[in-house]
Design a protein around this ligand. Structure first.
Ligand SMILES: [Zn+2]
Length: 133
């Protein structure tokens, strides 16, 4: 279960729109189940169909999170043209199976959809997501 403040969720959708038609990616840090901050990263692949985060940028984010005594709660990325469900590549390259994977779909331009998953080796689970104000 992951709890996301509305303002952070809006920021993530905004990030996805800015990077479209390329996928965007980022990391959510926080405490317990509650997200406190979104860190926007570069999509090192610069691709509309996949993403990767550079080790240098991830290190920088981990340092920032440590400073704020936050844990990594989720990784997010966008699907500029497809549904909010993990792609085969997402499953194969699940960087952090121990945290939630959030997908922002811009398939319906006027109605972005955000969903959270837990991508395991054997199965994909829907992760409960609560939006708080
Ligand atoms: Zn994906």
């Amino acid at each position: 279960m992951i709890r996301i403040p509305k303002s952070i969720l809006h920021g993530m959708v905004d990030h996805a729109k800015r990077e479209s038609p390329l996928e965007c990616c980022g990391i959510l840090g926080g405490k317990g189940h509650t997200v406190e901050r979104a860190f926007e990263l570069q999509n090192a692949e610069k691709s509309p169909a996949r993403y990767s985060m550079s080790p240098e940028e991830q290190l920088r984010v981990f340092e920032e999170m440590e400073k704020g005594t936050m844990d990594m709660l989720a990784v997010y990325h966008s699907h500029p043209r497809t549904i909010p469900f993990p792609s085969e590549t997402d499953v194969k390259l699940a960087f952090y199976p121990e945290v939630a994977s959030i997908i922002i779909s811009l398939k319906e331009e006027k109605k972005p959809v955000v969903k959270a998953f837990r991508i395991g080796k054997e199965a994909i689970y829907l992760e409960e997501m609560e939006i708080v104000s």
